[in-house]
Design a protein around this ligand. Structure first.
Ligand SMILES: Cc1cc2nc3c(=O)[nH]c(=O)nc-3n(C[C@H](O)[C@H](O)[C@H](O)COP(=O)(O)OP(=O)(O)OC[C@H]3O[C@@H](n4cnc5c(N)ncnc54)[C@H](O)[C@@H]3O)c2cc1C
Length: 315
C-alpha cells in the first residue's frame, strides 16, 4: 500500500476505509487543507474496487465498471479520462437466459479502466497518509485522532460504533475463469435472467482493452449464502452455469473471491450519517448512503464527498 506523510503530524481527521468513499472524503478534506490519515485492514486500497493480479494480469473481481450520473463525479471522471486512467466502455450489455437466444439492452454509458478499477482509488490517495494491514476494532477506534469517518458497509461499521438505522448487505462470490481462447455469445458483459447460481458475467479482456480470454462471473446472493464459509464450493456451479448459458468449455484456471458485504439490500435516506459518542464525532459514509438510485461506485464517491463537506461545515 502506498504511504507518505501529510503535512500535519497529528492528523485531525481519521478515515477508516480506503474504498472510494473513504478516498473521496480524503481528497475533499485535503483540498481544504485538513490533515487526513486513512486506515484500511487490506494491504491494498480500493475495497470493493479490487483488481488483483491473477495469472499475470489485473482482473476486476469486485465492481466491474462504473456509471457517471452525478455532475460532481462527472468532473472527476473527466480528469481520469484525460489522464488515460478511465474510458467509456459500453452502453450495451447482453441478456442471457438458459435455453434462450441471447439478446441485448442499452443503458447508460459504463466506464472501465486500463489499469483496473483499483487504480482510480490509488490515484486519488496519492500523497495521503495511508496505513494498510490495520484492522481497527472498538478499542482501536477509541485511540484514533480527532474526528473519525467510518467509510465502509454498515455491518462492518457496526462492529466499531452504533450505526443509525443500519442496512443489510447481500453477499456475492466472484468466480474468475481463464480460457485458452475467446468465444462467447455476448459482447462486453451480460446480465443473467432467473439463473439459480449466476447473476452477471463480464468479459474482462474487453473492458480492460487487452482482449484476454478471461470471464468474471458474479454469483447470485443465494449461491453466495450457501458457499460463504468455503467460496471454492461456488466454482463448480458457476462453471456449469457458464457452460449452459454460453456454451463454453471448462476453463483452464479459476479463482474464487468472497464478498461478504457486496451489495446493500436497502439504502439510507441521506448521503451520510453522523453520531456523537462521548464527545467524539463519528461520520458514516459508503455506497449504502444512497437516497436515490442504486448503491454503486458513484454513490460511494458522493457519500464520501458529502461527509467531507459536512465536516468542513462544522468547523
Ligand atoms: C461483486 C461486486 C460487483 C459490483 N459491481 C459494481 C458495478 O459494476 N458498478 C458499480 O458502480 N458498483 C459495483 N459494485 C459496488 C461497488 O463496488 C461499491 O458500491 C463501492 O466500491 C463501495 O465503496 P465504499 O468505499 O463504500 O466501500 P468499500 O469499497 O467496501 O470500502 C470499505 C473499506 O473499509 C475497509 N474496512 C472495513 N472494516 C474495516 C476495519 N474494521 N478496519 C479497517 N478497515 C476496514 C475495507 O477493507 C474496505 O477497503 C460491486 C460490488 C461488488 C462486491
Amino acid at each position: 500500500m502506498d504511504s507518505s506523510s501529510t503535512s500535519s503530524p497529528v492528523p485531525p481527521v481519521t478515515i477508516v476505509g480506503a474504498g472510494i468513499a473513504g478516498a473521496a472524503c480524503a481528497v475533499a478534506l485535503r483540498a481544504a487543507g485538513v490533515g487526513v490519515r486513512v486506515i484500511d485492514r487490506g494491504r491494498a486500497v480500493g475495497g470493493r474496487m479490487a483488481s488483483p493480479v491473477l495469472h499475470g494480469r489485473r482482473v476486476d473481481i469486485g465492481a466491474g465498471y462504473f456509471t457517471v450520473r452525478d455532475p460532481g463525479f462527472e468532473t472527476v471522471v473527466g480528469g481520469w479520462e484525460a489522464a488515460g486512467l478511465a474510458h467509456r466502455w459500453t452502453n450495451t450489455f447482453g441478456i442471457l437466459a438458459a435455453g434462450e437466444a441471447p439478446t441485448s439492452k442499452s443503458g447508460p454509458d459504463r466506464w472501465s479502466t486500463p489499469g483496473g478499477l483499483r487504480s482510480l482509488v490509488r490515484t486519488m490517495l496519492e500523497g495521503v497518509q495511508v496505513d494498510g494491514d490495520t484492522d481497527v476494532d472498538r478499542a482501536g477506534l477509541a485511540q484514533l485522532a480527532g474526528t473519525v469517518v467510518l467509510a465502509m458497509p454498515d455491518p462492518q461499521a457496526g462492529r466499531l460504533a452504533p450505526v443509525p438505522s443500519p442496512v443489510d448487505y447481500d453477499s456475492v462470490i466472484t468466480v474468475v475463469c481463464g480460457f485458452a481462447d475467446r468465444g462467447w455469445p455476448f459482447a462486453d458483459a451480460a446480465f443473467v435472467k432467473e439463473h439459480p447460481d449466476v447473476e452477471f458475467v463480464a468479459d474482462d479482456g474487453a473492458r480492460r482493452g487487452d482482449d484476454a480470454a478471461v470471464l468474471v462471473a458474479h454469483s447470485t446472493a443465494g449461491l453466495a449464502a450457501r458457499c460463504l464459509d468455503d467460496p471454492q464450493r461456488a466454482v463448480a456451479p458457476v462453471v456449469a452455469g457458464l457452460r449452459d448459458l454460453l456454451g463454453v468449455g471448462a476453463p483452464d484456471w479459476t479463482h474464487a473471491h468472497r464478498w461478504t458485504f457486496a451489495k446493500p439490500t436497502g439504502g439510507h435516506d441521506a448521503t451520510r450519517g453522523f453520531s456523537e459518542t462521548d464527545g467524539r464525532e463519528i461520520w458514516f459514509a459508503g455506497d449504502q448512503w444512497c437516497p436515490e438510485g442504486s448503491p454503486r461506485v458513484e454513490s460511494a464517491w458522493r457519500s464520501g464527498t458529502d461527509v467531507a463537506a459536512a465536516i468542513l461545515d462544522r468547523r
